[in-house]
Design a protein around this ligand. Structure first.
Ligand code: PLP
Length: 305
C-alpha cells in the first residue's frame, strides 16, 4: 500500500445525532479523512494521472496551481509521490493553517494579495488575481498548469469514484446535497448518481447572499464557506443537474460546525457544516422520511477556529 492508496473510498457516516429529531436520515462522506485532509485529494490525483496519460505532464516537470489550500495539499502530496515539484499560488485571505499545511506537504508557496475580500473571506476577484499569477508562473517555468476550474479530470474523479462509492454504500439514497467551488464534486457525483438512479434529487448549497447559481447574482461576495461559492458560474456548470438550491447563512454554518464536533464527534470545516445544515433544512421541510447524502469536505484542523 502507498500513500496514494489512501485516496478515495472514504467511509459514509450516518449522522445519528444530527438526524435524531429529523424526518429522515443524513449520511456524509468523510472526505476530511483523505490523506491531504479534504475532498480535493480525489481531483488532484485524477489530474496528475490524466496528465501523464495524455502526455501533458512529464516526470520531473513542475506543476502549478491556484488553490484555496485544499487542492494545493492534494496536489502537493500527489506530486511528491511522483517526484514532480509543485508550486501553490494562494490568496493570503485563506487561513494561515493552510500555508503551514502546504509547506508541510512540500509545496513551494506563493501568496497573492486580496482584491476585495478580507482574511477568512476570499472572493471571486481574489481568486482571479491568484489565477493570473499562477498562469504567469506556469508559463515562465514551462510547468504544467493544473487548472482545477477548467480541467475535466476534477469532474471525472467524482464520476468515477465518489458517485459509485455512494451508490455502493447507500443504494437507497434519495437526495445528494453539496456546495460548489470548482463544481467537480457536485457535477461529477450528481452525473453518476443520476445515471444509475434517475429519480435521485441533487441539490446545491450556497451562501444566502452569494447564491449566484440560484439567483444569477451576488449581493455580498463575502461569506465563511471557504473553498466554495466564489460568485462565479463554474465553466463546466450544468444547470440540468441541479434539482433545487438551499441557501445558508454564516451563523447557521458556524452553529452546525460546532454541533458536528461537539455532538457528532466530527471536527470538520465550514463547507462540511454548510452541507449538513442544508441537509437538515431540506429534511425539516419533507413529509416523508428520506435518505440524504452529503459531503464532509475538509477537516476543521485547516481553520483557525
Ligand atoms: C473546503 C472546501 N469545500 C468544498 C469545496 C468544493 O469542491 P469542488 O471544487 O469540487 O466544487 C472545496 C474546493 O476547493 C473546498 O476547498
Amino acid at each position: 500500500m502507498s500513500t496514494l492508496n489512501l485516496i478515495h473510498n472514504t467511509p459514509l457516516i450516518f449522522l445519528d445525532k444530527i438526524s435524531a429529531t429529523l424526518p429522515g436520515k443524513i449520511y456524509a462522506k468523510a472526505e476530511h479523512l483523505q490523506p491531504g485532509g479534504s475532498v480535493k485529494d480525489r481531483a488532484a490525483y485524477q489530474i496528475i494521472l490524466d496528465a501523464y496519460d495524455n502526455g501533458s505532464l512529464k516526470r520531473g516537470q513542475t506543476v502549478v496551481e491556484m488553490t484555496s489550500g485544499n487542492m494545493g495539499a492534494g496536489l502537493a502530496l500527489v506530486c511528491r509521490q511522483f517526484a514532480n515539484p509543485f508550486v501553490a499560488v494562494m490568496s493570503e485571505g485563506n487561513s494561515p493553517e493552510r500555508r503551514k499545511i502546504l509547506s508541510a506537504f512540500g509545496a513551494e508557496l506563493v501568496l497573492t494579495k486580496q482584491v476585495d475580500g478580507s482574511p477568512g473571506m476570499v472572493t471571486g476577484s481574489d481568486i482571479a488575481l491568484a489565477v493570473d499569477v499562477a498562469k504567469d508562473i506556469a508559463q515562465n517555468r514551462n510547468a504544467f498548469y493544473a487548472d482545477q476550474f477548467n480541467n475535466p479530470s476534477c469532474i471525472m474523479a467524482h464520476f468515477n469514484h465518489t458517485g459509485p462509492e455512494i451508490f455502493r454504500d447507500l443504494p437507497d439514497a434519495d437526495i445528494f446535497i453539496a456546495s460548489v467551488g470548482s463544481g467537480g464534486t457536485f457535477i461529477g457525483t450528481s452525473k453518476y448518481l443520476k445515471s444509475v438512479k434517475p429519480n435521485i434529487k441533487c441539490i446545491v448549497v450556497e451562501p444566502e447572499k452569494a447564491a449566484i447559481l440560484k439567483t444569477g447574482k451576488v449581493d455580498d461576495p463575502k461569506h465563511i464557506i471557504q473553498g466554495t461559492a466564489y460568485g462565479l458560474i463554474p465553466p463546466h456548470w450544468d444547470e440540468a443537474l441541479a434539482d433545487d438550491f438551499i441557501t445558508v447563512s454564516d451563523d447557521e454554518v458556524m452553529d452546525m460546525k460546532k454541533r458536528l464536533s461537539s455532538d457528532q464527534g466530527l471536527y470538520v470545516g465550514y463547507s462540511a457544516a454548510a452541507n449538513v445544515i442544508a441537509a437538515q433544512k431540506y429534511l425539516k421541510a419533507q413529509a416523508k422520511p428520506l435518505n440524504v447524502v452529503t459531503v464532509l469536505c475538509d477537516s476543521g484542523y485547516k481553520y483557525s477556529d
